[in-house]
Design a protein around this ligand. Structure first.
Ligand SMILES: Cc1cc2nc3c(=O)[nH]c(=O)nc-3n(C[C@H](O)[C@H](O)[C@H](O)COP(=O)(O)OP(=O)(O)OC[C@H]3O[C@@H](n4cnc5c(N)ncnc54)[C@H](O)[C@@H]3O)c2cc1C
Length: 352
């Protein structure tokens, strides 16, 4: 019987498994997918998460560095902030492939049906049998069926919106900067990606077209391939009422959903996992409160990250034309001097 079973081999589940195995804790991972999903998701990895991943021995090969963020009004720059250390961009599936190589006992194509838990051990029920463990870590994502089966309430938090997104070739016009336009029609974000690519995201109503939104709000023409590459995501935010339930711990998106608009759910999950690993070791050594202490320590970070994402989303909502100059003034103020330094720290998650 393994000491720990991790359900879900997303970036957070794989990371906690790797961290526990390095501590000599017998850990098995069960993942329902047969292969890593290449659906575009996280790209930004912030300095604290970069440090944690590098410590584990990851090279993050091919990542692109972002050292500058710009707030723009069409072609003019309202303000800029500098990221030192830089933010890296790397597609989530590339990071996932590197993480997978650091984990043993990862079984793909193995959906967990449910988990039974008591106060000393838990049992993971699979299609073809069951596995006992002293602790189960449910890293099974936003739609966590384990969270539901435990009856844990999923509290909705402020921050909701519909966005269009595409990763396309970068014409180099914005250099290595991340750029934000707080336009009248809604926010547009653009981030440099590895291999001369760029991610474009725009808040948009149903029926809108990404290239048209970007052209109207920024004056930049995206290539015709944008339409084919466009996906839609609806951002919403939730925090699970409890993260520790007897011998089951909720981790990553299973514990908190953050809006991708500056919310950085994967980064938060990485930091939670780094903090969890020593607490799991203590819990297995008989410290009855180690896991609840971890939850109390990490929960404020989730609340701060959710609040920051809600703020980011609120700045990006469409405004009537008469209010746009006021908004530009506000953005100009926020993107200069001490406020810009504070925001740069917040955007790079150095307070989480
Ligand atoms: C468009 C978009 C952009 C984003 N951009 C960023 C960003 O730039 N930076 C950032 O930090 N975050 C970003 N995020 C958020 C980030 O993608 C998530 O926070 C991250 O994937 C969470 O990782 P996880 O391991 O907790 O969950 P997931 O990645 O969802 O992994 C959960 C895994 O569990 C598996 N699973 C589920 N149920 C079962 C079961 N019953 N049995 C076995 N396996 C199961 C799933 O197949 C999956 O592999 C973005 C999200 C979106 C949608």
């Amino acid at each position: 019987m393994p000491d720990v079973v991790v359900v879900g081999a997303g970036p957070v589940g794989t990371l906690i498994a790797a961290l526990l195995q390095r501590r000599g804790i017998e850990t098995a991972v069960y993942e329902r997918r047969t292969a890593i999903s290449t659906r575009p998701r996280a790209v930004g990895i912030h300095p604290p998460a970069v440090a944690a991943l590098r410590q584990l021995g990851l090279e993050l090969h091919g990542a692109r560095q972002i050292t500058r963020g710009e707030a723009r009004d069409r072609a003019s720059i309202l303000g800029a902030m500098h990221f030192d250390p830089p933010v890296l961009t790397l597609p989530q599936h590339t990071l996932q492939a590197e993480l997978d190589a650091h984990v043993r006992h990862l079984r793909r194509g193995a959906p967990v049906l449910t988990v039974e838990t008591g106060s000393h051990a838990a049992r993971v029920i699979l299609a073809g049998g069951s596995v006992g463990a002293r602790l189960v870590i449910a890293a099974d994502g936003v739609g966590s069926s384990i969270r539901s089966s435990l009856g844990v309430t999923w509290h909705r938090r402020p921050g909701h919106g519909r966005y269009l997104m595409a990763d396309i070739d970068d014409d180099g016009g914005l250099g290595d900067a991340a750029a934000l336009w707080f336009a009248r029609g809604g926010v547009v974000e653009s981030f440099p990606l590895p291999a001369s690519r760029r991610r474009w995201v725009a808040r948009a109503a149903t029926g809108s077209d990404l290239a048209r939104c970007v052209a109207e709000r920024t004056g930049i023409s995206l290539p015709s391939a944008t339409a084919e590459a466009t996906s839609i995501f609806v951002a919403s935010q939730h925090i699970a009422e409890r993260w520790v339930h007897d011998r089951v711990v909720l981790l990553g998106d299973a514990a908190h959903e953050l809006s991708p608009i500056g919310g950085q759910g994967m980064n938060l999950g990485i930091l939670d996992a780094v903090a969890l690993a020593p607490c799991v070791e203590r819990a297995l050594d008989g410290d009855a409160d180690a896991l609840t202490r971890w939850e109390s320590e990490r929960r404020p970070s989730a609340r701060r990250a959710v609040a920051q994402a809600a703020f980011n989303m609120s700045v990006g909502v469409p405004v009537p034309g008469t209010l746009q100059p006021v908004k530009n003034l506000l953005v100009r103020g926020l993107a200069r001097g001490p406020a810009a330094r504070m925001l740069a720290r917040a955007f790079t998650m150095q307070q989480l």
